[in-house]
Ligand binder design. Structure first.
Ligand SMILES: Cc1ncc(COP(=O)(O)O)c(C=O)c1O
Length: 314
């Protein structure tokens, strides 16, 4: 597996330029007051698929040969990677099969099918969905959601936009499932904002990436979070390699703290965030003293909240 480099992120930006406009980054005085810091919210929730992952899917498809696209792709996902690959395959005319765990949110399954992908529901969690996807790898090109350099280069473009929009940031905070977003943030920060700390966040109920980083090698852990997008039971090798050398800190928050942050996004920032999209803000609200008076970017990675999460905001 080849580690992506900063030039790959620059190339991805060129590939994406005609398909995705830069997303906005806003600050909100009442949110700043609640957090005790200057908080810049990067709004990936307004991407066409409702999440940052689409940057990776389009970058992957753009770089494929016509023969590779014609063969078709298979991948596995709890939902946003699924929609990203399905969207990109539709844009490039490639057949797409996505295996999602049986408990995947209705909205994300519908969204993925909406882009024309074949969705198979298999297994209780990502590990079982992965096995079902691997069983189709003779027929289709298997795309790992975590260990694919093009996906990382693509999502890195969000961090280029962040650092170009604001200088002098003290920290950028990134939610982690497989770790592609946080690893890409590290890559970009090292090149254009070396003084900015990249802080990763995961749910304490699914700490595989956190524990892999702390251990210095990939580990498996129980995967009990209700927060789709952060729900993975193992570390992924490629992002972990970048995180190991460049990440400043890795924090854990509870699912309850994530829920609270979703609510604060709704009441203080006019934003519907799904759980994973609110995890970065949760890390700030959970430890305000650590960020007091600082300039921090939190990435709202997605807005695809399932109905029960929306209902719980009321
Ligand atoms: C909304 C959202 N945020 C964060 C993540 C975690 O991203 P990564 O798997 O790149 O660590 C995901 C993963 O699917 C996601 O859907």
């Amino acid at each position: 597996m080849r580690l992506p480099v900063f030039d790959d992120v620059l190339a991805a930006r060129d590939l994406l330029a005609s398909r995705l406009p830069a997303t906005p980054m806003w600050s909100y005085p009442v949110l700043d007051e609640a957090a005790g810091a200057s908080v810049f919210v990067k709004h990936e929730n307004v991407q066409p698929t409702g999440a940052f992952k689409v940057r990776g899917g389009l970058t992957l498809l753009a770089g494929m040969t016509p023969e590779q696209r014609a063969r078709g792709l298979v991948t596995y996902s709890t939902g946003n990677h699924a929609q990203s690959i399905a969207y990109a395959c539709a844009e490039y005319g490639a057949p797409c099969t996505v295996v999602m765990p049986e408990g995947a949110s209705e909205e994300k399954v519908r969204g993925t099918r909406g882009y024309g992908a074949r969705v198979l529901l298999a297994g209780a969690d990502m590990a079982e969905a992965q096995k079902a996807a691997e069983a189709l790898s003779d027929e289709f090109l298997l795309v790992s959601p975590g260990d694919t350099p093009e996906l990382m280069a693509g999502v890195g473009t969000a961090y280029l936009e962040i650092f170009e929009a604001r200088d002098g940031l003290d920290a950028v905070i990134v939610p982690v499932g497989s770790g592609t977003g946080a690893a890409a943030a590290c890559l970009v920060a090292a090149a254009v904002a070396p003084r900015c700390r990249v802080i990763a966040v995961q749910s304490a109920s699914s700490p595989a990436a956190h524990d892999s980083w702390a251990a210095g090698h990939t580990v498996e852990r129980p995967n009990r979070t209700v927060v789709e997008g952060l729900a993975t039971g193992r570390g992924f090798e490629l992002p972990q390699r970048l995180l190991r050398s460049r990440l400043a800190e890795f924090r854990l928050v509870s699912d309850e703290q994530i829920r609270t942050a979703q609510s604060v996004f709704a009441t203080h920032a006019h934003t519907l965030a799904e759980g994973a999209g609110a995890a970065a803000l949760a890390a700030v609200l959970a430890a305000p003293d650590d960020f007091a008076g600082q300039r921090i970017a939190v990435i709202c990675t997605g807005g695809n909240a399932p109905k029960p999460e929306i209902a719980a905001l009321a």
